[in-house]
Each structure stands twice: as structure tokens, then as C-alpha cells.
Write a protein that binds this ligand. Sequence first.
Ligand code: SAM
Length: 298
Amino acid sequence: MTGGPRICDYGDSTYREDFWEGQGRDYEDVVERQVLAQLLPARGQRLLEVGAGFGRITQEYSMYDQVVLLDYSFEQLLYARQRMGDDRFTYVAADAYSMPFCPGAFDCATMIRVIHHFEDVSAVLAQVSACLCDGGKFILEYANKRHLKSMLRYLFGRNIWNPYSLEPIEFLELNFNFHPDYMQAKVTQLGFDIRRVVPASWLRLGLLKKTLPVSVLSGIDSVLQRTGWRLSPSIFLSLQLGDASYDNTAAESRSPLDILRCPRSATALRRDGDVLVSANGIRWGVVDGVYDFRHPLA
Ligand SMILES: C[S@@+](CC[C@H](N)C(=O)[O-])C[C@H]1O[C@@H](n2cnc3c(N)ncnc32)[C@H](O)[C@@H]1O
């Protein structure tokens, strides 16, 4: 135990099979890709996907020359690597509260279906901010506690928690829903400028999903997304850090060592076989093509 914030460890969970594959969530999956397509730029150099999991949506980042998948679950990353290979992708097993990257290494970061596992929102947002360059973009999706269904439930006495109060609600251990004003205050405090707010997944209701085809549901959703009303269960924020246009020499490099650094000592790393060694001798493993920064080697 480090005494830091708790981590929601997916380990070798069956998240892919139990939550996505054949589980009736095609509508949510399509809508999330639809929103990303609207918010991502036409071209980019290096993108960090925080909490990439098994790489469900990583293929949406095809406009980026390099994509770094970061997740605490080594097994999810291994699955992603087996599916997508190493060509444009780098796999990093690490705690997002303690990221192993050089300052300003990325011109974009995304965090989709991830921040609901973080009890210290400011701490993880500060990590994202530190590894983005000036002018960097950040697409953040979060679970909204003040959505239409929770408001109705509250009205009829069916919610034990108040959807209008600002504090996050931990409805299951390490699963939080956030009030839109709370999340917007947090990102603003960290220096992010809110460029767009896209409310999504409006029609997440069993009966609708059973009766209407995904194309109809996602079509209606895209109309509702344009309202900007923060009353849907999922909200995307398109954020920007500063105004500079992207100009980072490290971005030219394809070598992971140019963007990785020791998360404990913040020093540069050199590779020695399957081990990365920091300037002060801390050693990290490279296992099956995944850079493993969860625990240093003995
Ligand atoms: C619900 S999954 C979402 C995966 C992917 N973004 C998607 O939408 O399919 C949440 C992911 O966040 C990762 N995660 C949770 N806490 C983390 C932490 N402290 N550091 C890094 N990853 C974390 C989990 O391992 C898991 O893969």
C-alpha cells in the first residue's frame, strides 16, 4: 500500500466479454465513436489514450502518427497488442495517478469511460495536463449524475442520492458519477479551456434499445448531442490547454524512450535488454512488448 488514492484494478477481468461483446451495448459504442469523430482533429502527431483497456476504441485515433495506450491492467493491454501490433502503438502499464511521461510529450489525450474510477479527479487531471504540450487537446468523457432518469427517480423518491448536489456519488466501490458543474470546475482549475460540451447516450433505456435499430438510436442521439444540454448519462468535454500550435521536437521521434521517464524519479530512462533503468538506478520491466511501470523491479 502506498497510501495514495485507491486504484480500480481491472487486472485480468473479463470486461471485454462481460460488458461489450454481445451485451447489447452497440448503441453506446457507436455513439461514442460518433462523438469522437466530431471532436478529433483531422491530423495529429502523438495521442495518449488514458485507460485504454483492451483497445476498444483505439482504432478511432487513426489520424495520429503515434498512439500510446496507458492502462493499469497489463492483461487488457496485452490483448490490445495482440490485436493491433506495434506499428503505430505503444503499450504502457501504469497508474494514471503517476504517469511515466516527459512533460509536453503529447498533442492530444483522451479518457473515455475511465474517470468514473478515480476518487481524486484533480490528481489524475493534473497528470494529463503535465504530459500535454501547450495547445494540446484533451477529450474527456464522464458519467453524469444529473441526467434525466436520475432526476425523475429523485422526484419520485426512488434515488437515495441527490442528483443536484455537486459532490460525486460513489454508487459502487470506485465507481463515481459526477455533476457537470463539478467536472467543469475541476478541468477549469487545471487550466483547461472548455471548447465544446457534447451530451451523449441519451437513449440508454432497455426498452428503446430492444425495439429500435442502432442506426435510428444513434441518429436521434446525434440530434440531441447538438443541444449541448447536460442532462444525458454520458458527457464529452473537448478541452484545450493553452493556445500554442503544436511544435515539440520529441514528437518527431518514434522512440518510446524519448517520451518515457521514470515515474518515481522523473529522470530519463535507458534500455538494457528487457529492463528500463532510470538515472538513479530504478528498474522497470518490458514484458511481452508492454512497458510495465506498475511496480519497479527488485
Ligand atoms: C471501463 S474501462 C474503459 C476502457 C476503455 N477506455 C473503453 O472505453 O473501452 C476502464 C479502464 O480504466 C482503467 N483504469 C482504472 N483505474 C486506472 C488507473 N488508476 N490507472 C490506469 N488505468 C486505470 C482500467 O484498467 C480499465 O481498463
